[in-house]
Ligand binder design. Structure first.
Ligand code: MG
Length: 118
């Protein structure tokens, strides 16, 4: 499958990318929500892994913005964040996020959540 990893931390993008590539997937990267929206004009992906705290456009803003882009409105999004807060979780889910993964995470946990939710 084709993934898009959206995170302002290059280290985190690398960790996500290595885990998914190791499982046979392909991964594109974006540094924030705005860059992800730009990138998604030119490529199609099966799943988006989304950080919340990012400059330019954060994860919540991205979840909201993607609703008005028909080509990506239904692509599954999993939120990856260090903030394990119920209010944030509920907001992300209400905006259509399929799941929530708290950083730091084990590679196996990421793969199993992603596999079960697509
Ligand atoms: Mg961040």
């Amino acid at each position: 499958m084709k993934f898009l990893s959206v995170d302002d931390s290059s280290t985190m993008r690398k960790i996500v990318s290595l885990a998914l590539k190791g499982a046979g997937h392909t991964v594109d990267e974006a540094e924030n929500g705005k860059q992800a929206l730009e990138k998604l004009k030119g490529i199609s992906v099966d799943c988006i892994l989304l950080d919340i705290n990012m400059p330019e456009m954060n994860g919540i803003e991205f979840l909201r913005a993607r609703k008005s882009v028909p080509s990506i409105a239904n692509v599954p999004v999993f939120v990856l964040t260090t903030q394990d807060e119920e209010a944030l979780r509920n907001e992300a889910i209400s905006l259509g996020a399929k799941g929530f993964i708290v950083k730091p995470f084990q590679k196996e946990a990421l793969l199993s959540v992603v596999n079960s939710g697509i």
